[in-house]
Design a protein around this ligand. Structure first.
Ligand code: SF4
Length: 211
């Protein structure tokens, strides 16, 4: 079966760059499903190039109808910023060829830890909006919910949010509220987000997905 690197959902293009992740969230869709709305998102191979992604992007865009919302989102079954070079090359291709298409990354916010540098300035001009999974109001809750694979991940996430907003990229944070009846302190998450220069988005958990 061919790798689904690019797919259309809700009239937006989604770009699925990897199945790897530095978290193991208890609410991750990967734990429950093999597909999102019929798209098989487990990759047969992680060995592909930006050109492979661009080729699928062109083909999906050609098939998109008049209702296409001119938005491309780097988001799939894994952490897209683990494929940073490919992500930047694909975003550059989109911006150079389809400047009307808005680009967004949904990320766990670990990239600066992974690459040991501030990568946010590298996204300026390529990415219009970045949505970072804050996931919790405290480090302890973050660890319970996200099971990060390294220490001090919550501080890394908060620092990354600030780096993105400082770079002038529209920055949104997200939490998954009401996961199996578990409630988060939304006000605290909102204050943390605002203090870091971002706006909080609350995603309501529903079985097999989020709103
Ligand atoms: S950060 Fe995203 S992809 Fe990674 S485990 Fe959590 S929900 Fe899944």
């Amino acid at each position: 079966m061919a790798n689904t690197l690019v797919y259309l959902l809700d009239n937006k293009i989604y770009i699925n760059l990897t199945n790897r992740c530095t978290n193991n969230c208890i609410f991750c869709l990967r734990n429950d499903k093999d597909d999102v709305c019929g798209q098989e998102l487990w990759l047969d191979s992680e060995d592909f190039s930006a050109e492979d992604v661009i080729s699928q992007f062109r083909s999906v865009l050609n098939k998109a109808g008049d209702d296409f919302k001119n938005e491309a989102v780097f988001c799939g079954y894994g952490e897209p910023m683990l494929k940073l070079d490919i992500l930047k090359n694909v975003a550059l291709f989109i911006k150079q060829n389809y400047p009307q298409i808005k680009t967004r990354i949904n990320t766990n916010g670990h990239a600066n830890f992974v690459y040991k540098r501030n990568v946010a300035p590298e996204l300026v001009g390529l990415i219009d909006e970045i949505s970072v999974s804050l996931n919790a109001p405290t480090s302890q809750e973050y660890n319970e919910l996200s099971n990060p694979k390294f220490d001090n991940a919550y501080d890394e996430v908060k620092n990354f949010i600030k780096s993105c907003s400082d770079a002038g990229i529209k920055t949104v944070t997200s939490i998954v509220e009401n996961y199996k009846g578990r409630h988060l302190d939304i006000e605290a998450c909102e204050k943390i987000s605002n203090d870091l220069g971002a706006k909080l988005r609350v995603r309501e958990w529903i079985p097999n997905g989020y709103s």
